[in-house]
Design a protein around this ligand. Structure first.
Ligand code: ZN
Length: 396
C-alpha cells in the first residue's frame, strides 16, 4: 500500500520560471465542462503563472499549485461536472494558490498552459480522461477522449545548433573556457528538456566536438523537417565589462543576399516547406515566392525571438532587450524560423562562470524552452499537438 501511495504522486509538470519574474497572477475564472469521454477544468489567469500539477489518491485528487497567484474575489469555483466531483482552493505558504480537483477518474490528467490568443487570455487547461470508460463496455480497448490531441498529432521539431566545434573553438574566455564546449553543454541540456515536453522533440545538429559548415547545419535542420532552428553561441568583446544575452534573427539585407543564391541554384534546391518548388517557376515567379517565404520567415523568427527574450526577463541577464538583426549565414533558411542566441559574454568573468555552471546552463535552457513553448502555443503549426490543444481550449 505504501509503495502504491508513493507511486500515485506523479509530478506531471513543473515550471518555476515565472517565479523570478516577480509578476503576481490572479485567477479570473475557473470553468468546468464534461462530455461523455472527458472532463476539463480551465483556469483563466491575469498573467502567466508557473505551476505544478500532481495527483493524490484516497480519495483521488488532482492538485494544481500556482506560484505567486491569488484567487479573484468574485471567482466561483465550479460544481461537480462529469468526472469532476468537487473543486476547492486554498492558500499555500509562500503565496502559492492550490486548486484541488476531486475526481472519479484514475487516468493521468493532461495539462497545458496556453498563452493569450483569439480564444482567450492566459489559461491552464487540465483534462481528466475517464479511465473507466473502457470498462463499461467490458472491453479492454483504450478510449481516447474526443478532445485529447489526436494520436497522429505530430511533435514540433526544434533543431538545436551548438555553434563552432572541432577545429573552430569559437570565442575563448579569460579562464580558457572555449565557446564550442559550453554551447554544446547548453544545447544538450536544452535538447533533454525539450524532449521531456509533450508535443516537442529536439534534434541536435552537432552532438560532439567536430566542425560542421554553416550550410550543412541548415541542410541538417531541413532534413529533420525542423519547425524552428536555434543556434546557440556565446559572445566575446575586448571590453570585459560587457555581459548578458542577445538574440538575433536574419536581417532583410541578409535575406536579399541569400535569395540571389537560391535563385541561381534553384535547379538543385530543395522545395520550400509546404512543397512549393522553385525549379519549375519562371524567374519572376520564383523571385516573388522566395521573397514572400523569406519575409514571412523573418517575421515568424522575430516573434519567436521576442518570446525567448520575454522568458529571459528576470531569469537570464540580457544585454540587448530587443531582438537584433544581422546577416549571420546560419540563419539563412528561407522557411524555418531561425534565431541565434548569444547566451552570454564569455569574456566577462561573471558570465564565463555562469556558462560553465551546470545549474546555470539548465536554467538558461529552461528559459529558452519556456519561450519556444509560448511561441508554438500562439503559433501552432498545423497537425501538431499544439494545434490540437488550441482547438481543445477554444471548444469551450
Ligand atoms: Zn559563436
Amino acid at each position: 500500500m505504501c509503495t502504491r501511495l508513493a507511486a500515485a504522486m506523479v509530478l506531471v509538470a513543473a515550471s518555476l520560471l515565472g517565479v523570478a519574474r516577480g509578476e503576481a497572477a490572479r485567477i479570473e475564472g475557473v470553468r468546468a465542462s464534461a462530455d461523455a469521454d472527458a472532463a476539463r477544468v480551465v483556469v483563466d489567469l491575469s498573467a502567466p503563472s508557473s505551476y505544478k500539477l500532481f495527483t493524490l489518491d484516497h480519495p483521488r485528487r488532482v492538485v494544481l499549485d500556482l506560484a505567486d497567484t491569488t484567487l479573484g474575489a468574485d471567482v466561483r469555483l465550479p460544481r461537480s461536472e462529469g468526472a469532476i466531483l468537487a473543486v476547492r482552493s486554498g492558500v499555500r505558504p509562500g503565496g502559492a494558490l492550490r486548486l484541488v480537483i476531486e475526481t472519479s477518474s484514475d487516468a493521468e490528467p493532461r495539462v497545458a498552459r496556453l498563452a493569450p490568443s483569439a480564444e482567450g487570455g492566459h489559461r491552464i487547461v487540465i483534462e481528466l480522461g475517464d479511465a473507466d470508460a473502457g470498462a463499461h463496455t467490458g472491453s479492454a480497448r483504450v478510449v481516447t477522449p474526443v478532445h485529447a490531441p489526436k494520436a497522429g498529432a505530430r511533435d514540433v521539431v526544434i533543431a538545436i545548433d551548438a555553434g563552432h566545434g572541432g577545429k573552430d573553438p569559437g570565442a575563448i574566455g579569460n579562464r580558457g573556457t572555449q565557446e564550442k564546449d559550453v554551447v554544446l553543454d547548453i544545447a544538450r541540456a536544452l535538447a533533454a528538456q525539450i524532449d521531456r515536453e509533450p508535443g516537442m522533440r529536439a534534434v541536435l545538429i552537432r552532438d560532439g566536438d567536430y566542425y560542421i559548415a554553416h550550410r550543412e547545419r541548415i541542410r541538417r535542420a531541413r532534413a529533420a523537417k525542423a519547425d524552428m532552428f536555434l543556434s546557440i553561441h556565446a559572445d566575446a568583446l575586448r571590453d570585459r565589462d560587457v555581459a548578458g544575452a542577445s538574440v538575433y534573427v536574419l536581417s532583410e539585407r541578409g535575406a536579399t543576399d541569400e535569395a540571389a543564391r537560391w535563385l541561381a541554384e534553384r535547379e538543385n534546391a530543395a522545395d520550400l516547406r509546404g512543397g512549393v518548388s522553385l525549379s519549375d517557376k519562371s524567374d519572376v515567379l520564383a523571385t516573388v515566392l522566395l521573397d514572400l517565404s523569406q519575409s514571412a520567415n523573418i517575421s515568424a523568427s522575430m516573434q519567436a525571438a521576442e518570446r525567448i527574450l520575454d522568458s529571459f526577463d528576470g531569469v537570464v541577464p540580457v544585454r540587448k532587450p530587443r531582438v537584433q538583426q544581422a546577416g549571420f549565414l546560419v540563419l539563412k533558411s528561407p522557411d524555418i524560423p531561425s534565431m541565434l542566441i548569444e547566451t552570454a559574454y564569455i569574456t566577462n568573468a561573471a558570465d564565463e562562470k555562469r556558462l560553465r555552471s551546470d545549474a546555470q546552463q539548465r536554467k538558461l535552457a529552461a528559459a529558452i524552452v519556456d519561450g519556444v513553448q509560448t511561441y508554438f502555443t500562439r503559433n501552432p503549426p498545423e497537425g501538431t499537438r499544439f494545434a490540437e490543444l488550441r482547438r481543445l481550449a477554444s471548444a469551450d
